[in-house]
Design a protein around this ligand. Structure first.
Ligand code: ZN
Length: 240
């Protein structure tokens, strides 16, 4: 038997029993993950490992190139996962996570789309904005530098796509959802975060505020707050 496939028995014999209380609670109470991570399917980037997440902590959607198709273009697995995560699970944060040495981004950066893979070619069209930003803003970038720039811009492009999803747009307007753009350098073991205020990717550091692409902040339509104001403390009981 394939040695990897055979490890499932180790899960049944050792891993599950060691966490049986956790699984029992999750089974009885259901899941309430706090964040949705949309990351690449690359085997070297493991969202649960990066987040040090336990079962129940993290809602995950992985695909080639950590792509989120815009709402209007197609109804698929990513769109449905995003909608479910926001509407049913009520996640407060969505992280789009790219990474270094990404095969999908290398294909996107190539002059021609890969032959014989019509699905990959069609999928990577959702990264066209990232490629165009780099081609027009950094026309002299070549090789790995260009792929890295496209990978970083792709994270920003997919965050923009996320905002076209009605569930996401409404949760942002209510001030209940923040969007994050991360980039894992798998050689350096470092995670960069996109700061929407400065437009920069910078390393995540424990002693600094987390860079946020789009922070949760209630919006106003004219003078009307788009979400009910938080319930204030209960009125004091009248003195007897
Ligand atoms: Zn990748």
């Amino acid at each position: 038997m394939n040695e990897l496939i055979g490890r499932v028995f180790s899960f049944e014999k050792s891993v599950f029993p060691a966490s049986s209380d956790l699984f029992a609670r999750l089974s009885a109470e259901g899941q309430s993950p706090k964040a949705l991570m949309i990351s690449c399917a690359d085997s070297r980037v493991v969202p649960e490992q990066i987040m040090q997440a336990q079962p129940g902590d993290l809602f995950v959607c992985r695909n080639a190139g950590n792509i989120v198709p815009p709402f209007a273009t197609m109804n698929g697995g990513v769109s449905s996962t995003v909608e479910y995560g926001v509407m049913v699970l009520g996640v407060s944060d969505i992280i789009v996570c790219g990474h270094s040495d990404c095969g999908a981004m290398k294909a996107l950066a190539a002059p021609e789309m890969p032959e014989g893979m019509p699905n990959v070619a069609a999928w990577l069209r959702h990264g066209t904005a990232a490629k165009n930003v780099v081609d027009t803003c950094c026309p002299h970038a070549e090789g790995p530098e260009r792929v890295r720039a496209i990978s970083l811009e792709n994270v920003i492009a997919q965050i923009a796509h996320l905002r076209t999803h009605p569930s996401v747009a409404a949760a942002i307007a209510r001030g209940e959802l923040s969007l994050h753009g991360w980039f894992v350098d798998i050689h350096a073991g470092q995670v960069l975060g996109f700061d929407g205020t400065t437009g920069e990717f910078r390393p995540l550091r424990e002693d600094e505020p987390l860079p946020v692409a789009l922070p949760a902040q209630p919006r106003f339509a004219g003078e009307t707050r788009l979400a009910p104001a938080p319930v204030s403390a209960a009125p004091k009981a009248e003195a007897a």
